[in-house]
Design a protein around this ligand. Structure first.
Ligand code: NAD
Length: 260
């Protein structure tokens, strides 16, 4: 039993640029020998994803658009994946969105539309994708689905607001999906990453202060990086984690264990 992913194919959803957590995951999986399929949100991001994919040591990556709010787009993307690669062995879901103005101040000011938008993109999308994967029997040899969550879904984190509520719903979805898909030998887990400076994270009010707090208080006294998250995803995608499902693993320099 080892960490090699030679001969296996993994879908990585959510690369926007080289700082994306999804890109950290893609690099770890690729180093372990995996073939990768990338999906991106819109035309604007295609060039970035193609340029990054070209820096990997292999030429068989597949790159496809997939707007996660559009059921037909999800069906088409995964239908094409089935046609081109047959089976997949895992999927990394690294997608979230909320209106910037609702990521500061009091949570109770959130609008109905803003609430539903955050839930739709950041939480429901995992379930929508998992359903298409099973309907198409894409993980016929079993598989591992990994999503990205944050401490703000378990505790109140200043300014995280509507996204915290979406992450709580995502965390619960992980458990329900793990229960539904376990009989097909498909595991579903979440990684709760410490704050990392990415495009999405920049939208959260007071983000720089949070980084300073982590460096001062986390047991490891340093920030989390994309590589650490990528290597944990590699573990979760590999057979070494074969007994783990429905779990939330913190990769956050230990910050979540701290109290006052
Ligand atoms: P990022 O901005 O690089 O990635 C977010 C991705 O979501 C982007 O690629 C974006 O295109 C995609 N996306 C948004 N709307 C979409 C749609 N409709 N269809 C398809 N894709 C869509 O930022 P990131 O920090 O790498 O975020 C990845 C995941 O990690 C998110 O779930 C985020 O909440 C989570 N996370 C981030 C941190 C952090 O501090 N950066 C910490 C914990 C968890």
């Amino acid at each position: 039993m080892n960490l090699s992913l030679e001969g296996r194919t993994y879908v990585v959803m959510g690369v926007a640029n080289k700082r994306s957590i999804a890109w950290g995951i893609a690099q770890s999986l690729s180093k372990a020998g995996a073939r990768l399929v990338f999906t991106y949100a819109g035309e604007r991001l295609e060039k970035n994803v193609r340029q990054l994919a070209e820096t990997l040591d292999r030429e068989d990556s597949l790159i496809l658009p997939c707007d996660i709010t559009d059921d037909q787009a999800i069906k088409e993307a995964f239908g094409q994946i089935k046609e081109e690669v047959g089976a997949i062995h895992g999927l990394a879901h690294c997608i979230a969105f909320a209106n910037k103005e609702e990521l500061e101040g009091e949570y109770l000011n959130v609008s109905r539309d803003g609430f539903l938008l955050a839930q739709n993109i950041s939480s429901y999308s995992l379930t929508a994708v998992a359903k298409v994967v099973r309907d198409l029997d894409l993980m016929k040899e079993g598989g591992s689905i990994v999503t990205m969550t944050y401490l703000g879904g378990e505790r109140v984190v200043k300014n995280y607001n509507v996204m915290g509520v979406a992450k709580a719903s995502l965390d619960a979805s992980v458990r329900y999906l793990a229960n539904d898909l376990g009989k097909d030998n498909i595991r579903v887990n979440a990684i709760s990453a410490g704050p990392i400076r990415t495009l999405s994270a920049k939208g959260i009010g007071g983000f720089n202060d949070v980084l300073k707090e982590i460096e001062a208080k986390a047991p490891l006294r340093r920030l989390t990086n994309q590589e650490e998250v990528g290597d944990t995803a590699l573990f979760l995608m590999s057979d070494l984690s074969r007994g783990i499902t429905g779990e939330l693993i913190h990769v956050d320099s230990g910050f979540n264990i701290t109290g006052l």
